[in-house]
Design a protein. Structure first.
Length: 291
């Protein structure tokens, strides 16, 4: 009996793992919901300060984009890759892509990328249970949702003509409201993670280790998409802010994280997907400029 059990144990283990992987691939949202207690237990086992185990280096993937991966470790377990893309603004247009609520269930990041012919996509705004974006959202000059005054939405990524920037919400403030006229693209989000090359460490009391995503701009005006490349691990918000400074960014804003964190890259020589567990209603897209 014991010999028989030992023989089939590896087969049973393989079947269980294969089943779990299939469920994650076919229905990641279901897998995340059902596995939430186990994921929380796993994340709670991550202890110790992080350290950079591999700084990585920038690799040019095309005339438009570079890629770099920074690897961190915490204690004896849970290595984590921070995946970053850096774009040359003179060769890239940035667009806010909004997926209406009625189409959200059928439009994941891969389908959106295929339809819009993008170089890269990253999830953007926070949203409510009805898939409506929270905070200012402007796509191709059309305001999808207005500016929010909550402390959670401190910053705005915007495109106005050929200018790309990250600004505090109050920079748009006018008497009795906000002036967002002339913005071609905009996403309001937060909190700030880096300002003037310094990490914001006021989130030290936030002990939630989660998947993260951010948008940043460096001193040369290059735009960065940055995400944690993990399905079940995570990082503290303050630690994420510190790691972002490894990419020499000037300013960085937190995007919707957790289940929404996702990124897609499509170039001739490299395709990459950091898969999410939800279909966000808003993405920021990088597209090659037409001559």
């Amino acid at each position: 009996m014991l010999k028989w059990t030992l023989r089939i144990a590896p087969v049973v283990a393989i079947l269980i793992v294969s089943t779990v992987l299939i469920i994650i691939h076919v229905n990641p949202d279901f897998a995340m919901r059902k596995g939430k207690p186990w994921i929380a237990l796993y994340r709670n086992q991550i202890v110790g300060k992080y350290r950079i185990s591999d700084q990585g280096y920038w690799i040019s993937l095309s005339r438009c984009v570079e890629r770099r991966v920074v690897r961190i470790t915490r204690g004896r377990r849970s290595p984590l890759n921070i995946y970053a893309l850096r774009f040359r603004p003179e060769r890239v247009d940035f667009k806010v892509l909004h997926v209406p609520a009625e189409k959200n269930s059928e439009y994941n990041i891969v389908k959106v990328a295929e339809e819009k012919n993008v170089i890269a996509l990253i999830n953007a705004s926070l949203f409510d249970l009805k898939q409506n974006p929270l905070g200012l959202c402007i796509a191709n000059g059309e305001e999808i949702s207005p500016m929010a005054s909550s402390d959670n939405y401190q910053g705005v990524f915007f495109v106005r003509k050929n200018k790309i920037g990250l600004l505090h919400r109050d920079k748009f403030k006018r008497y009795k409201g906000y002036n967002t006229a002339g913005l071609d693209q905009a996403v309001q989000t937060g909190p700030w993670l880096v300002q003037n090359e310094k990490p914001i460490l006021s989130y030290q009391k936030n002990r939630d280790r989660s998947r993260r995503s951010a948008i940043a701009i460096d001193g040369k005006g290059r735009v960065l998409f940055v995400v944690t490349d993990t399905m079940f691990s995570g990082i503290l918000l303050a630690d994420f802010a510190k790691v972002l400074t490894e990419f020499n960014v000037k300013d960085a804003l937190n995007l919707d994280g957790g289940n929404s964190t996702q990124l897609l890259l499509r170039t001739r020589d490299e395709n990459y997907l950091v898969r999410g567990f939800a279909n966000p209603p808003v993405y920021i897209a990088a597209m090659e400029k037409t001559p």
